[in-house]
Design a protein around this ligand. Sequence first.
Ligand code: IMP
Length: 185
Amino acid sequence: MLYLLTKNRNKYEEIAELCKASNLELLMLPDDKIELQADTLEEVARYAAEQAYSKHNKPVIVDDSGLFIDALNGFPGVYTSYVKKTIDSKGILRLMDGVSNRAAYFKTVIAYADSDRIELFEGIVRGMIADSVHSGRDFGFDNIFIPEGYNKTFSELSIEEKNSISHRARAFNSFLSFYKGLVYK
Ligand code: IMP
C-alpha cells in the first residue's frame, strides 16, 4: 500500500486520477508536511518524506511544488505556499504589472521514502502568467497560469487535461515507472 502525505485535496485528486490508469491504490495520509526552510523543492521534499516515513512507518510519497516566474528571478519558487496565503494570485499580478516577459514554470518534486531508500522525481511545465485572475477549479495559482500551447489557464482545464501536461503528472509518471520496477521485481 502506498500513501500520499498531504492535506491538500486537489493534489490528492490529481495524483489519484493518475493512479487509476495503473491500478495502483493510493491512500491519502492527511498529516502536516514538515516544511524545512530551504532553497530548493528537492531539499523540502526529501526532508518531509524522511520525517513522514519515520513517523508513520509506511511507504510514502510527498509532493512539493512551486511556481517560478522568470521576470521575478524564480520567485515565489520554494515560497509559493506562503505567497499563496499572503498576497495570492492578485498580488502576483500586481508584481507583474507592466512586465512584458510573462514566462514562468511550475515544478513538482515527488519524494518517495520506504525502509530502504529515498528517491526524488521531478516534473516541469512551462507557460505564461495571465493578465487577470481566471475562473474554474480553485487550486493554488492555477487561475493565473497558462500552460504552453494553450489559451486557457490550468484552472479552466479538467483534471484529465491538466494531467496530460502538468508538472505533477510528469513527476508522478516518472515515479510510477520506478515504483513498478520496485514492486514487480
Ligand atoms: P506545496 O507543494 O504544498 O508546498 O504547495 C505550494 C503552493 O503551490 C501551495 O500554495 C499550492 O496551492 C500551490 N500549488 C501546488 N501545486 C499547484 C498546482 O498544480 N497548481 C497551482 N498551484 C499549485
